[in-house]
Design a protein around this ligand. Structure first.
Ligand code: AMP
Ligand code: MG
Length: 487
């Protein structure tokens, strides 16, 4: 075991220092016997942390917040949030801590953050804890998303605390160490706006510009430019989700980042059979955050960000509102452009193909998938194979063969490029039934299925022999999948 000294771990506390009003210095609960369940070695190396040291007892203490490195001022962050449309002025990190920031090997500043580290002043009625299953779930899902090329928070480690967590039953407790380019959310701006302190709002916006959208600093109106940059980032992000069949499940404004990273893997899941109305979360009765509503939900959240920023756009608030409206109008355009370009690649359509021809092919394909309840991920990959060899694998997925054949004839006539399709259509995603299987085993102490699943989904585009079960849809008896927020 390495003895790399703790002095090599240096954390900065720029957020805590620059925005003192937005955090409360806090310490993690003591964990008597922390046990590392999973460690992301490549990410550790990227952060300049020695994986062997992180595996040592001292390393595990760092990962649960019991050992505070030099320069670190762990804080619970304050933020507000619209949750399913209704505003909570004071949410904040109820069971999480920002340990500090680490400047990685590439010079990028990244947050080191703990989830499940005990109650904080923002805990309200919560116990401040997290269970092993949901933290491993966030680990797998976020690392899969990263490997799929989607901007996301990352997972460095999950450590079992040995404590029991009371949910519907007693569950083993854990702490997740999360890495993000920051934890600034739409809700952070809403929190500051609600204080009425415009100077603090400007400092928060300047911090966000410096950290995420530095080009905005040189714009004629830097704060409007910041907002426009967040619109661009969120439009691109949600388009990526939609193209991959990802349903976030809880797109509240406190779970919408300023960086454009996916954050807070709670009730999220990937589509199996394609149905745009799909909802997985047990509490989303109205389907507010269904698959198809995600672009609209993101735009709604961005409107809340614009409201929070209005005092910075212009002294004349009527003019500020017009500026915000105009900037927000870019969202549907940017989203649609990203979605259309992505769908053209997923179907391997030539770049110079007539736009109408392309959009009919896309729409008719989506109609076929929905009518035949075809697996989203498998369908595109099989179709890529069809472009190379013949239509069999893809054709087998459909019940209405004449309809498939008619569409496939039109599609083949435009000369689809299988190489493009293989680069953008994953073979392996964290399929719901496989995630459940791996987590059930992990909670019982067997981490092997989780390890194998991670191996598959962290190289999602590279088809490998022996991994067939990771590419296949759910078994017939898997039934309707429901996810829970009680994480
Ligand atoms: P989330 O649904 O994870 O985005 O959390 C929404 C809000 O509830 C945040 O303010 C969390 O910090 C808080 N929260 C969630 N679970 C707990 C818990 N077990 N204890 C304390 N606060 C929690
Ligand atoms: Mg959250």
């Amino acid at each position: 075991m390495s003895t790399a000294p703790l002095s090599t771990v240096v954390l900065e506390s720029r957020f805590a220092q620059e925005l003192e009003e937005l955090s409360v210095p806090w310490r993690a609960d003591d964990v008597a016997d922390p046990r590392l369940l999973v460690l992301n070695e490549p990410l550790a190396a990227e952060l300049g942390l020695d994986p062997a040291w992180l595996r040592s007892p001292e390393g595990a203490r760092l990962l649960v917040g019991n050992l505070v490195p030099r320069g670190a001022t762990p804080v619970a962050q304050a933020y507000s949030g619209h949750q399913f449309g209704s505003f909570s002025p004071r949410l904040g990190d109820g069971r999480a801590l920002l340990l500090g920031e680490i400047v990685d090997a590439g010079g990028r500043r990244r947050d080191l953050h703990l989830k499940g580290s005990g109650r904080t002043p923002f805990a309200r009625g919560g116990d401040g804890l997290a269970a092993v299953g949901p933290m491993l779930r966030e680990y797998v899902l976020s690392e899969a998303m990263h490997a799929l090329g989607v901007p996301t928070t990352r997972s460095l480690a999950v450590v079992a605390t040995g404590r029991q967590v009371r949910r519907e039953t007693l569950l083993p407790g854990a702490v997740l160490t999360r890495v993000a380019s920051s934890h600034l959310r739409v809700g952070s701006f809403q929190y500051v706006r609600a204080t009425g302190d415009t100077d603090l709002l400007r400092r928060l916006a300047d911090h966000a510009i410096g950290r995420h959208h530095p080009d905005a600093a040189g714009a004629e109106n830097p704060y409007l430019a910041l907002f426009e940059a967040v619109v661009v980032a969120q439009a691109a992000l949600v388009a990526r989700w939609m193209l991959l069949g990802f349903v976030h499940g809880v797109m509240n404004t406190d779970n919408t980042t300023i960086s454009g990273e996916t954050i807070d893997y709670g009730p999220c899941a990937f589509l199996d059979a394609f149905d745009p109305a799909t909802v997985y979360s047990s509490i989303d009765h109205g389907g507010r955050y269904s698959y198809r509503n995600q672009p609209v939900a993101a735009q709604w959240n961005l409107a809340r960000l614009a409201e929070a920023l209005l005092p910075l756009f212009d002294e004349d608030q009527d003019r500020a509102v017009s500026m915000a409206e105009e900037a927000l109008e870019a969202f549907p355009r940017q989203y649609s452009a990203a979605w259309s370009a992505g769908m053209r690649s997923k179907l391997g359509l030539p770049e110079d193909l007539d736009r109408d021809v392309a959009s009919f092919l896309v729409d008719d394909w989506l109609g076929l998938l929905q009518q035949n309840r075809v697996d989203w991920t498998a369908s595109f990959r099989a179709l890529g194979g069809a472009a190379r060899t013949g239509a069999h694998a893809a054709r087998d997925l459909f019940l209405d063969l004449p309809a498939f054949d008619a569409w496939a004839e039109r599609w083949r006539a435009v000369g689809p490029d299988p190489g493009v399709m293989e680069r953008v259509n994953p073979v392996y995603i964290p399929r719901n039934h496989l995630v459940e299987e791996a987590l059930a085993a992990a909670v019982e102490g067997d981490l092997d299925p989780l390890g194998r699943l991670l191996e598959a989904v962290t190289a999602p585009y590279d088809e490998r022999p022996g991994l067939e079960r990771y590419a296949a849809g759910p078994p017939d008896d898997f039934g309707t999948y429901t996810t829970y927020c009680g994480t």
